[in-house]
Structures are given as structure tokens and as C-alpha cells.
Design a binder for this molecule. Structure first.
Ligand SMILES: *[C@@H]1O[C@H](CO)[C@@H](O)[C@H](O)[C@H]1NC(C)=O
Length: 361
């Protein structure tokens, strides 16, 4: 009898604690660009950066375009999955729903502020006509924060936010913007430019911290010179200049984050070396089931990258063997691998800790 009771207790505690472990984070708040936009841009009337047409979404569960720049899911979906959470809802879709139903909007289930075309700098949205730059994304977050505080009270909100993950994936559009613009190149040296990207990003991260964020997942930029659009500039090989500055930016960000953490109590983060993870797929494609590392899947002309992925362009039959879906964006298959490495490492890609370790803190 005693034995039975202790066994019952053992199982009770075992399942109780494994259940607790399964609840990995209270919510996921996402900031960034088209790598993680899950539909905000579809609400921007003037924006021309929209993945709202076939064949975007062809491999999504609904088989429909959703605003994701992918054949299916993107990194935001897979990060949420790793956390055991539903994909964060686009902020603008939450606002519009609340307006239509004339009820209060709830952000605590996880909210995405990410917007395709967005940069760290406000100016980078000019070339795409309309997107939500990072500063504006954080403005929206601060508004959401104040609304949540009204709804659940500041003390519960602090508990909620300090156990939530704040994921930030941004910077590529600022670098593309610099290397595509002779005006920007005249204004500053590449070193000055990447330094100022790092300090502007850190200023926005600080605003999130000041409004309750404690656990940050921050991604560097990928090997931008190896995306199909940039390979066209170098006879299908990677364009080295932008790759060099992508590396410099990541280096600067990595060391600044360390310093930033030391200045803010209770702040923890995991930095993801997107460049290294990206380069590994390019160098060792077959170990991940890829056979095409250069060409886009959707688009026309050389590397299917001379003409962007449009309603009328052709696309490859097997999306799982391509790293790139279009001129700039990874396939669902590649995004899934990135999210897995963000969560599990190995440590050559995540520093100082993995997202899994970040959750356990
Ligand atoms: C073009 O690719 C080759 C081979 O990878 C590289 O050595 C060279 O630096 C690249 N040129 C430019 C302009 O990026």
C-alpha cells in the first residue's frame, strides 16, 4: 500500500514537472523583417512588398499565400513551435479584428510586429514604399505594453513579459540598402554604417527592456552575398563585399550585446550566428537533404533570380532540395533548420547560450 502510494506520488510529480517543462515560455513577441513577417504587410495599403499571391504559401498547411515570404512556414512559425506556442499573431491583424468586433484587443497570446522590407534604420523603408521600420515596431510594442498593463495590471504583466521570449530578426535590408545606394555609400564608410546599425538596434532593444522584455533571441544577418539576387553580381558566386560587412556587423553586434547585458539587470539573451548557419547549408548541402544552393526556386532567368517570384513565374517542383525560395528568402526547409539551431545549437551558432538554455534561466 505504502509502496503503491509512493509510486503514485512519483508519477504524479514526474508528470507534473514534465508538464511544467513543456510550458516553455509565456508568449513570443517578434520584431523584424520579411524573414519573420507572418502577415503584417498585408495590412499596409501602400506597400508593394507583399507575399500575397501564388505561389507563395504553396506548401503552407492551407496551401494559400499568407504574407510569408516562403513556400510554406517561415522561421517565426518554427521558433514558436520550438517553444510549444502558436505562431504569434500579426499586430495589425489583432488591431483590425478588435476594430471590426468592437472589442478589446489582446496581445498576451504572442504578437508579431515584423514587417517585410523593414530595417533598423527608418529610411530603409523608402525603397519599398511602405513597411514598418524597427523604431515603429517598438513604438507599437510600447502601445501594446500599456494596453496589456491596463488589462491585467502591471505586476502580472511583468511576470508575463519576464517569462516571454522577444525575438528580433533584422538588419539585412539595411545592408542591401547600403550596397545598392551610391548616396548612402557617399555618406558613410561601411564600417561607420555597420557600427551605427549596431548602436541603433541596441537602442531599440533597450526600449523593449525598459518595457518589460527580459529574454531576448537576437539574430545576426546571413551570408547576404550568397542569396540568388547577389550571386548574379558575381557570375553565380557569392558577392564578397556584402558578405564581409555582414560578418563585421555580426561581430559588432555580438560584442555589443555582451556589454548591453552587463548594464541591465535580469537581462538574458541568445545571439544566433545566422551567417555561420547559412554558410554551413551552402558548404554541406547534402547532409541536410539539399541539392541546389545557388538558384532560387521561384523566379525567372539565370538562377531564377533575374525576375522575382511573381504570380506568373515558374517554380521548382521540389522545394525541399532548394535553400532559397526566391531571390532573397529561404525555403521552408531551410527555415526549419535555422529554427532548430536557434533552439538547440550547437554552440558554434549560438552564443553565449541556446534558446533552450535561455528558457531554462
Ligand atoms: C566572386 O567570387 C569569387 C569566388 O568565390 C571571389 O574570389 C571573388 O572575390 C568574388 N568577387 C566579388 C566581386 O565578390
Amino acid at each position: 500500500m505504502t509502496c503503491f502510494v509512493s509510486i503514485a506520488f512519483f508519477f504524479f510529480f514526474f508528470f507534473f514537472f514534465s508538464y511544467c517543462e513543456a510550458q516553455k515560455a509565456s508568449a513570443l513577441y517578434v520584431f523584424g523583417d520579411s524573414l519573420v513577417d507572418v502577415g503584417n504587410n498585408n495590412f499596409l495599403k501602400l506597400s508593394i512588398v507583399k507575399a500575397n499571391h501564388f505561389p507563395y504559401g504553396i506548401d503552407f498547411p492551407t496551401k494559400k499565400p499568407t504574407g510569408r515570404f516562403s513556400n510554406g512556414k517561415n522561421a517565426a512559425d518554427f521558433i514558436a513551435e520550438e517553444l510549444g506556442l502558436p505562431t504569434s499573431t500579426p499586430y495589425l491583424s489583432l488591431l483590425s479584428e478588435a476594430k471590426n468586433n468592437k472589442n478589446n484587443v489582446s496581445f498576451t497570446g504572442g504578437t508579431s510586429f515584423a514587417s517585410a522590407g523593414a530595417g533598423i534604420f527608418d529610411g530603409s523603408d523608402e525603397r519599398y514604399r511602405q513597411s514598418i521600420p524597427l523604431t515603429k515596431q517598438v513604438d507599437y510594442y510600447v502601445e501594446a505594453h500599456d494596453e496589456m498593463a491596463k488589462q491585467i495590471g502591471i505586476s502580472d504583466l511583468q511576470d508575463h513579459l519576464s517569462t516571454s521570449i522577444f525575438a528580433v530578426v533584422i538588419g539585412s535590408n539595411d545592408l542591401f540598402g547600403y550596397f545598392d545606394s551610391s548616396k548612402l555609400r557617399h555618406k558613410s564608410t561601411p564600417q561607420q554604417y555597420v557600427d551605427s546599425m549596431v548602436s541603433s538596434l541596441t537602442a531599440q532593444l533597450q526600449r523593449i527592456y525598459d518595457n518589460g522584455g527580459r529574454k531576448f533571441e537576437i539574430a545576426g544577418v546571413g551570408a547576404l552575398g550568397c542569396c540568388p539576387a547577389y550571386r548574379l553580381k558575381n557570375k553565380t558566386e557569392c558577392q564578397e563585399e556584402i558578405n564581409h560587412w555582414a560578418l563585421k556587423y555580426n561581430e559588432g553586434l555580438k560584442s555589443t550585446l555582451k556589454e548591453w547585458q552587463s548594464q541591465n539587470e535580469g537581462l538574458t539573451y541568445s545571439f544566433f550566428d545566422t551567417y555561420a548557419a547559412n554558410y554551413d547549408l551552402i558548404l554541406n548541402p547534402s547532409s541536410h537533404g539539399f541539392s541546389e544552393v545557388k538558384a532560387a526556386c521561384c523566379g525567372l532567368g539565370e538562377l531564377r533570380a533575374r525576375v522575382p517570384c511573381l504570380l506568373v513565374t515558374s517554380f521548382c517542383p521540389n522545394r525541399n532540395d532548394h535553400i532559397f525560395w526566391d531571390q532573397y528568402h529561404p525555403t521552408e526547409a531551410a527555415s526549419r533548420i535555422f529554427a532548430d539551431r536557434i533552439f538547440n545549437g550547437p554552440s558554434q551558432y549560438t552564443s553565449p547560450i541556446t534558446m533552450k538554455q535561455l528558457l531554462a534561466l
